[in-house]
Design a protein around this ligand. Structure first.
Ligand SMILES: [Fe+2]
Length: 254
C-alpha cells in the first residue's frame, strides 16, 4: 500500500491542493493527516471539506484543541498571532464543522502498521526538533505501545520535515531535519519517527508544501516538497483581514 502522510495544513487550500495533486500523480492509495487542519490561513472550511471529500483520516492538532478551548470559553495556550487566526477559523466554520474537528482523536493507529501523532508521542504539544527530544519520544512510544506499529510513527507540529532512527537496543540514534527530497529504505531493527513537515506553512526556509510517502511493501519512506501558489494564499489572508505577518511568512518559509 502506498500511503501519503500530511500535516499542518493550517487553512492553506493552495498548499493542500498542490500536495493532493502530487500524491495523485504518485498513485497514493490512502492519506493520513497528523493534525492542525485549521489556523493561520484563510480557508479553514475549504480545507476541512477537501479532507472529508477525499476520505483523509486525520487526528487533531493543538489548533483543533484550541478550538475546543474557545468553544468552552477558555483561552487557548497559544501566541496572539495564532489566537487571532484561530478566532477567524472558528467564525468561518459551522457548528457541525467545529464539533467534527474537536471530536477528532489525538492519535491514531494505521492498519497496524504505523502510528500518527501531532507533536511528540509523549505529548501532543511537545516539539521534536532534536535527538534528545526524539529519544524521549521513543521512550514514551515504547512504554505506551507494544507491537510492530510502534516501530514507525509519523508526527507534525514543527512544520519541518525530519526523521529520527533508534536502534533496537536504544544505543545508536541518528537523524534530524530533512532539507531536500529523498528516499529512505527503513532499516531492519530500528524504530523510525518521521515528521511530514507542513502543507500549509513550511518553516524550513523554503516556500513549499511538504509531505511523506510510505510504501508499506518495500518499507520505503520518501520526503517530498512541492511548489504551490503562494501569492494566491497570501492574497486571501490579506483580504480576510488576517495579520500581514501570516501572509509574509509563507513566502519566506518560516
Ligand atoms: Fe501547526
Amino acid at each position: 500500500m502506498l500511503y501519503g502522510i500530511i500535516s499542518d495544513i493550517h487553512s492553506n487550500l493552495e498548499g493542500l491542493n498542490a500536495v493532493l495533486a502530487e500524491m495523485e500523480r504518485e498513485g497514493v492509495e490512502s492519506v493520513f493527516c497528523c493534525g492542525d487542519i485549521i489556523g493561520y490561513g484563510a480557508d479553514p472550511e475549504g480545507c476541512l471539506e477537501l479532507i472529508l471529500e477525499r476520505g483523509i483520516r486525520s487526528i487533531r492538532g493543538n489548533h483543533e484543541r484550541g478550538l475546543e478551548d474557545l468553544e468552552a470559553g477558555t483561552l487557548p495556550r497559544m501566541n496572539d498571532l495564532a489566537l487571532e487566526a484561530l478566532r477567524y477559523s472558528a467564525a468561518r466554520l459551522s457548528r457541525d464543522q467545529r464539533e467534527l474537528l474537536i471530536s477528532l482523536p489525538d492519535r491514531m493507529e494505521a492498519e497496524g502498521d504505523f502510528l500518527i501523532f501531532h507533536g511528540s508521542p509523549a505529548h501532543p504539544d511537545m516539539y521534536v526538533f532534536d535527538e534528545f527530544e526524539a529519544r524521549y519520544s521513543f521512550k514514551s512510544l515504547r512504554r505506551d505501545y507494544g507491537g510492530p506499529a510502534s516501530r514507525l510513527c509519523f508526527i507534525g507540529h514543527t512544520h519541518v520535515c525530519a526523521v529520527f532512527l533508534l536502534e533496537e537496543n536504544e544505543e545508536q540514534m541518528a537523524g534530524g531535519a530533512v532539507m531536500k527530497e529523498g528516499r529512505l529504505d527503513l532499516p531492519e531493527g530500528m524504530a523510525v519517527m518521521a515528521n511530514a513537515g507542513s502543507c500549509g506553512q513550511y518553516r524550513g526556509g523554503v516556500p513549499s508544501a511538504s509531505f511523506c510517502l510510505y510504501d508499506s511493501e518495500s518499507r520505503a519512506l520518501s520526503f517530498r516538497f512541492v511548489d504551490y501558489d503562494v501569492a494566491a494564499a497570501q492574497e486571501k489572508i490579506l483580504k480576510a483581514g488576517l495579520p500581514a505577518e501570516l501572509a509574509e511568512r509563507l513566502a519566506e518559509g518560516w
